[in-house]
Design a protein around this ligand. Structure first.
Ligand SMILES: O=C(O)c1ccc[n+]([C@@H]2O[C@H](COP(=O)([O-])O)[C@@H](O)[C@H]2O)c1
Ligand SMILES: Cc1cc2nc[nH]c2cc1C
Length: 353
């Protein structure tokens, strides 16, 4: 069993990040998981009253919790949901089915407890932290200028870091931002290439004609900025938004604080992709909650080599898919902690062991 006192401290994670180079260095030097704790979880799975491995990915979830919390047994008593909200200049090009004012209106809905994420979080017993990021000042339309300056980007990224509560058992990052599937598509096209149409879907429910416009916008964005993008953080700053940068910051802070992360849908995974492209290994503490209906999501997850836990045709965002998968995590941990061993139950442990 590892010593919880050896976990990273709050101070380490909250040290201000001076510039993009410092952040790039930080992504090369993230703490490893605790293999001892993961091994202890795997060892107990072997002696529980079931054929070895028969709880499938539930067993994987328990080992993941132990590895990245750095403790055995792992806990699930205090999950945190963070919903980051931001507005996008590119929304003025008519790429969403809704006006940007809906971002702010939904923030109020989150704060009053009226959104889907509030209900699912209540089911999980998780607190919802709502983080609106300068909604009255959308990031630049990336068809005219980089979405954010370096200063704006680092501020948003660090807002995401500071939102993470030390001691949370799992982090579920989520987002709200009218126009942000276009930003996520542009990030994916810039970093992974292929055809711009591969990365563009119906987002909040746009028509086929609007999808065509979205494809042109994404294609033009990468034509304009492609030369200025040399890694994931560049793509996040130039094509992303404050809520996408903040999600990335929350994922990094969670790693520093020994908190496993359950990723959500397409936009959340685009934030994760940017980290992966700037720091291979920086997503080792993440599982993917679900595969979104947004067609680029599956393609993106295949590139990351991450297999989603659920496939429920969700396309909402807010962290909903991550929270649903974390509910499965709670069920997995209950089995792990509550089941009898073969010896305790007096059950024959098999003739082919
Ligand atoms: O998480 C997803 O995979 C997802 C897929 C489609 C839409 N969304 C949500 O819809 C909003 C963006 O849609 P749009 O059409 O305005 O780009 C934003 O608030 C997201 O949370 C989220
Ligand atoms: C109403 C609404 C709720 C959302 N939640 C996340 N994205 C959203 C987009 C819309 C339009």
């Amino acid at each position: 069993m590892s010593d919880p006192n050896s976990l990273p401290t709050r101070q380490q994670s909250l040290a201000p990040i001076k510039d993009l180079s410092a952040l790039r260095r930080m992504l090369q030097d993230l703490p490893p998981g605790n293999e001892h704790a993961a091994g202890a979880a795997a060892a107990r799975e072997e002696i529980l009253t079931k054929p070895p491995g028969s709880l499938g990915r539930l067993e994987e979830i328990v080992a993941w919790l132990a590895r990245w919390q750095g403790r055995y047994p792992p806990v699930m008593d205090d999950p945190q949901v963070c919903v980051f909200a931001g507005n996008h200049g590119v929304a003025e090009t008519g790429v969403s089915a809704y006006p940007p004012v809906v971002t702010e209106q939904m923030v109020q809905n989150f704060e009053r407890g009226g959104a889907a994420i509030n209900q699912l979080s209540a089911e999980l017993g998780a607190k919802v932290t709502v983080v609106p990021l300068e909604l009255a000042r959308p990031v630049n339309n990336f068809l005219h200028a980089p979405a954010m300056t370096e200063g704006e980007f680092l501020e948003a990224f660090q807002s995401g870091m500071h939102a993470v509560r030390p001691g949370a058992s799992v982090l579920c990052p989520g987002e709200m931002g009218i126009g942000n599937t276009t930003a996520a598509s542009a990030i994916c096209f810039a970093l992974l290439g292929g055809n711009p149409a591969d990365w563009c879907g119906r987002g909040s429910g746009i028509s086929t004609g609007t999808v065509e416009r979205k494809i042109e916008v994404v294609s033009e964005a990468v034509r304009l900025h492609g030369n200025a993008i040399s890694d994931g953080l560049d793509a996040l700053r130039i094509l992303g938004g404050r809520e996408i940068a903040a999600m990335a910051g929350s994922i990094v802070a969670a790693r520093l604080l020994a908190i496993p992360v359950m990723l959500d849908g397409f936009i959340c995974s685009a934030a994760a992709l940017a980290l992966h492209c700037s720091g291979p290994g920086s997503l080792a503490h993440c599982m993917v909650g679900h595969s979104s209906m947004e067609p680029g999501h599956r393609r993106l997850l295949a590139h990351l080599g991450l297999r989603p836990l659920l496939d429920l045709d969700l396309r909402l965002g807010e962290g909903t898919g991550g929270v649903l998968a974390t509910l499965l995590g709670r069920a997995a941990l209950r089995c792990h902690l509550g089941m009898a061993t073969f010896t305790e139950a007096g059950v024959h442990s098999g003739i082919e062991r």
